[in-house]
Design a binder for this molecule. Structure first.
Ligand code: ACO
Length: 442
């Protein structure tokens, strides 16, 4: 029998009262809880009962939905997908197993896995006409710009999977997005190089195929290094989902109006691009190159602490993690393994990163604000070691996060309590005033 974890069932009569000091009126709101995590005050009837809205820019204290997919305990540094610790998944699964888990709620049996891998593999090709679409971009376009355009354009190519009311079409769109994203990403890179697009190959794993499509040419055989494909698979797992982050919330908000999944994922890619989110991995590398040597660390730390200086230590800090980012811990270990296995000794950027991390973690400013390295602090260094160009870093994040976006989008569409996302505001503009005809304005 399935457990009833609906908000109503969990309310269990607990409530929080709000007293209006001006009128003396009191209103009571249910207190609800999930499987884990802090309790939540259900304020859905707040406006109807009190005439007030809440004010929470950046959603610092606001849960925007219920979800069964991912749980984060930021104080303890815990990340779980469908109840499984990220450490266990990263150690024991490949990326497509984690994709299955996120999409279906359970780890696959061997048969389910074979069927799923086949389903994804046979959706990796892109409509041939998309070649023309790529050719419309400038050669020097940032690959994230190409990603936004091409992924949004999928809705113009795959009409048979845009009816969001049809569960089968939703699943076909989900498979298509997860399957085609590496092809789209690799082609964005190939286009910037002026090299021919490489078609996917069905005998390779998801990560192997992605690497081959990025680095191979039709002129010669290309052997995918097992070290690189294993590292890539782990990086994809670590970025697969992260509950209601900015890009996922963007996907949900876009989807809440009934928009098709390809358009919603394009919106997520746009949100991911920013340096405060997925763009941070690219920004970390640029920052390390700018710092250049250990001698300049103190100067840059001082700049990061100076409120009049816009410079921030990229790859540090997280809205939710206030202890450590468990993904960063795994990424740090993977980073060392990759450098060892590729026999990359004395990597200056890694040395610099380690020293920066050490000094920042002893600095009162960072300690008091609980600013720890996040996943992006290390991913950029691994990408660089794997020979991936800086502009592709955030694209790789987008490839990995697509399954999370898709799983969250499906969950939202299937949620009977789902409504169009429509926040309110505090209006601070002009009060009502008489209209002045143009001839009298001056
Ligand atoms: N460098 C210097 N100071 C920082 C940094 C940083 N990287 N991050 C936060 N702070 C300071 C803020 O200035 C603020 O100080 P104050 O209390 O004196 O005003 C305090 O720490 C709290 O920071 P907020 O900006 O309020 O935290 P918020 O939760 O809004 O932001 C964010 C989180 C966006 C991740 C922020 O830490 C940041 O910009 N980090 C750098 C970019 C980055 O690495 N992003 C990747 C995030 S993880 C991901 O997307 C996979």
């Amino acid at each position: 029998m399935s457990q009833d974890t609906s908000a109503a069932a969990r309310a269990a009569n607990a409530s929080v009262s709000l007293v209006d000091n001006t009128s003396g009126n009191e209103a009571s709101f249910p207190l609800i809880g999930g499987t884990d995590g802090p309790k939540v005050i259900d304020i859905r009837k707040l406006y109807a009962e009190t005439g007030y809205f809440t004010y929470d820019p950046g959603f610092v204290s606001t849960a925007s939905c219920e979800s069964k997919i991912t749980f984060i305990d930021g104080d303890e540094g815990i990340l779980m997908h469908r109840g499984y610790m990220i450490e266990d998944l990263a150690e024991n699964c490949d990326f497509l197993e984690v994709c299955y888990l996120l999409l279906y709620g359970e780890l696959p049996s061997p048969d389910q896995k074979t069927k799923f891998v086949n389903g994804i593999t046979y959706h990796t090709m892109l409509h041939e006409q998309l070649h023309n679409f790529y050719r419309g971009f400038r050669r020097d376009a940032h690959p994230m710009a190409i990603m936004c355009g091409v992924v949004g354009a999928l809705s113009a190519f795959y009409h048979d999977s845009t009816d969001i009311a049809d569960p089968h079409q939703r699943m076909v769109a989900s498979y298509r997005l997860v399957a085609k994203m590496p092809t789209i990403a690799a082609w964005a890179y190939k286009y910037s190089l002026g090299q021919p697009f490489m078609y996917p190959r069905n005998d390779l794993t998801y990560s192997e195929d992605f690497i081959r499509m990025m680095f191979a040419t039709p002129c010669e055989e290309y052997e995918v290094s097992p070290v690189i494909s294993k590292a890539m698979d782990r990086i994809l797992i670590l970025h697969a989902d992260h509950e209601q982050n900015a890009s996922t919330s963007t996907v949900r908000l876009a989807g809440s109006s009934g928009a098709n999944p390809f358009a919603c994922i394009a919106a997520g890619i746009a949100s991911l691009w920013g340096p405060a989110h997925g763009g941070a991995n690219e920004a970390v590398l640029n920052m390390l190159r700018e710092v250049r040597s250990k001698d300049h660390i103190t100067e840059y730390l001082a700049r990061a602490k100076d409120k009049d200086d816009p410079f921030r230590l990229m790859g540090f800090g997280h809205r939710v993690y206030k202890n450590h980012d468990p993904r960063a811990t795994i990424m740090r270990k993977t980073c060392h393994e990759v450098l060892d296995e590729l026999d990359i000794r004395d990597e200056p950027l890694l040395d610099l990163a380690m020293e920066l991390e050490r000094i920042a973690l002893e600095d009162d400013y960072f300690v008091e604000r609980k600013l720890y390295p996040n996943v992006d602090f290390y991913s950029g260094i691994i990408f660089q070691a794997l020979g991936i160009p800086t502009t592709m870093f955030t694209v790789l994040f987008a490839v990995a996060r697509t399954v999370g976006w898709v799983a969250q989008w499906n969950e939202m569409v299937e949620d009977p309590s789902q409504k169009i996302g429509r926040p309110r505001q505090i209006y601070t503009g002009q009060a009502r005033r008489p209209f002045v005809p143009i001839a009298q304005r001056g």
